[in-house]
Ligand binder design. Structure first.
Ligand code: PEP
Length: 249
C-alpha cells in the first residue's frame, strides 16, 4: 500500500512574513492530516522554512537544482547544498523549467542523478502539452520523458523517487485532467515500470498535478494509481492546501 503524498510547489512566491504565517496555519491543521506532506519553496527561504519545520512532519523540498556538483556555474545551486539545508526532495523537470529554461529530457535526467547522489528524492515531473494531447501523443511523450531518466539513473533508483504527472495544459490554468484522463496516464506510467521491475512499479508514488483544488482532490486521489498531488496555486492558501491533504487521508 503506497502512502499518499501531497507536495506544495510555492513556485516564485513568498516572503519572510508570508511564509511564516502560511507555515503556522499549515502546522495548526496538521493533526487532521494523515498523508505525507512536503513543501517545495524558493531557494532563499529554505533555511527559514527548514527552521520552522524542525520537529514537524512536513518535509522540505527545493524546486530546482543544478546537474553539476560544483564549479564555475554562476547562479546555480548544487544538490549537496540543498541536502545540507535540510531538503529531502527536489522537484526536477517541472514543465516551467522545461518550457522557459530549455531543460531537455537529458538535463532533467542528470539533475535526477545529482539529487539521488546527494541522498534526496527527485520529484520527477512529466506531462504533455495541449498540442501533444490533441495529436494523441500523450502516452508516447510521457513514456519518452521517463525513458530518458530511467536510462540514466536505472530503474532501481525509482525506489527513491517520486513521479509527478502534470499535463502542461492543466498547470495554473484552472483546467484539470478529469480523474479518468489522469488515471489513464498514471496507469500507463505504472505499466511502463512494471515491464522493467515489478517491485519498483508497485511502490512508485505517482502524483497528479494541474489545478488540483479542494473541490476536485477527493475524486482524483480516489483513482487507484494516483498517489497524491503536486499542488501549485492552492499550496499558497493554507485552508485549501490542508483540505487537499485531508482529501488524501
Ligand atoms: C504546479 O505548479 O506544479 C502546479 C500543478 O500548479 P497548479 O496547481 O497551480 O496548477
Amino acid at each position: 500500500m503506497r502512502k499518499k503524498l501531497v507536495a506544495g510547489n510555492w513556485k516564485m512566491h513568498g516572503g519572510l512574513q508570508a511564509n511564516a504565517a502560511l507555515l503556522d496555519q499549515i502546522a495548526d491543521g496538521l493533526p487532521g492530516v494523515a498523508c505525507d506532506v512536503l513543501v517545495c519553496v524558493p531557494f532563499p527561504y529554505l533555511s527559514q522554512v527548514a527552521e520552522r519545520l524542525v520537529d514537524s512532519r512536513v518535509a522540505l523540498g527545493a524546486q530546482n537544482v543544478s546537474e553539476h556538483a560544483a564549479g564555475a556555474f554562476t547562479g546555480e545551486v548544487s544538490a549537496f547544498m540543498l541536502a545540507e539545508l535540510g531538503c529531502s526532495f527536489v522537484i526536477v523537470g517541472h514543465s516551467e523549467r522545461r518550457a522557459l529554461y530549455g531543460e531537455s529530457d537529458l538535463v532533467v535526467a542528470h539533475k535526477c542523478q545529482a539529487v539521488l547522489a546527494a541522498g534526496m528524492q527527485p520529484v520527477l515531473c512529466v506531462g504533455e502539452t495541449l498540442a501533444e494531447r490533441e495529436a494523441g501523443e500523450t502516452l508516447a511523450v510521457v513514456a519518452r520523458q521517463l525513458h530518458v531518466v530511467i536510462d540514466c539513473v536505472g530503474v532501481e533508483s525509482f525506489a527513491r523517487m517520486v513521479v509527478a504527472y502534470e499535463p502542461v495544459w492543466a498547470i495554473g490554468t484552472g483546467l484539470t485532467a478529469s480523474p479518468a484522463q489522469a488515471e489513464a496516464v498514471h496507469a500507463a506510467i505504472r505499466l511502463q515500470f512494471a515491464g522493467l521491475d515489478s517491485v519498483v512499479a508497485e511502490g512508485l508514488r505517482i502524483l497528479y498535478g494541474g489545478s488540483v483544488k479542494p473541490q476536485n482532490a477527493l475524486e482524483l486521489f480516489a483513482q487507484s494509481n494516483i498517489d497524491g498531488g503536486l499542488i501549485g496555486g492552492a499550496a499558497l492558501v493554507a485552508d485549501d492546501f490542508l483540505a487537499i491533504c485531508r482529501a488524501a487521508n
